[in-house]
Design a protein. Structure first.
Lengths: 111, 112
């Protein structure tokens, strides 16, 4: 079993929809949780960064961490065609400096 | 501020040939990472440098892969000899702290 599990999708939604992306993990030592966005043939771009449990909002994006359930989510409100990309969750324990990534979920927002 | 720079962006070689990738991290970032990303997968760490020192190379296949970071800035990742299974995207990332990593565009390697 992988340390971080992420549904690869693909996920297709109409423009304006609310998108929910999720990851589960098994390592209770993880303290830092990130979401990266990766466009085709580009490197991953840091989107959201959260420490420990709780919510964090940045514009149309909201990241949630539930450490008791070992579950993290990224919500995208009013999705746009420009949000079409692969979204990668990543996490670390803060000691090793090693990020463990999920497989990535491919999102397509249709106009 | 300039981001992480990598070159070349694309490389096609025949199996058993050597290949090298270069990375210039964000200025001031002491930590540098090399990742391997296979198609449809998340990046996987190959090696992490703190300044000039490789502090985690446990996932680097040392029989054919090598890396160096002279003077604690630029880094080079080498494969010799390349195998068909090495076809992937090689990503370089850098960070100030242990967690917020910034990635370059990657080098897409195709081994024929």
């Amino acid at each position: 079993q992988k340390e971080v599990e992420q549904d690869p999708g693909p996920l297709s939604v109409p423009e304006g929809a609310i998108v929910s992306l999720n990851c589960t993990y098994s390592n209770s030592a993880f303290q830092y949780f990130m979401w990266y966005r990766q466009y085709s043939r580009k490197g991953p771009e840091l989107l959201m960064y959260t420490y420990s449990s709780g919510n964090k909002e940045d514009g149309r994006f909201t990241a949630q961490v539930d450490k008791s359930s070992k579950y993290i989510s990224l919500f995208i409100r009013d999705s746009q065609p420009s949000d079409s990309a692969t979204y990668l969750c990543a996490m670390s324990d803060g000691n090793t400096g090693k990020l463990i990534f999920g497989q990535g979920t491919t999102l397509q927002v249709k106009p | 501020e300039a981001g992480v720079v990598q070159s070349p962006r694309y490389k096609i070689i025949e199996k058993k040939q050597p290949v090298a990738f270069w990375c210039n991290p964000i200025s001031g970032h002491n930590t540098l990472y090399w990742y391997l990303q296979n198609l449809g997968q998340g990046p996987e760490l190959l090696i992490r440098y703190e300044n000039e020192e490789a502090v985690d190379d446990s996932q680097l296949p040392k029989d054919r892969f090598s890396a160096e970071r002279l003077k604690g800035v630029d880094s080079t990742l080498k494969i010799q000899p390349a195998e068909l299974g090495d076809s992937a995207v090689y990503l370089c990332a850098s960070s100030l702290g242990p967690d917020t990593q910034y990635f370059g565009p990657g080098t897409r390697l195709t081994v024929l």
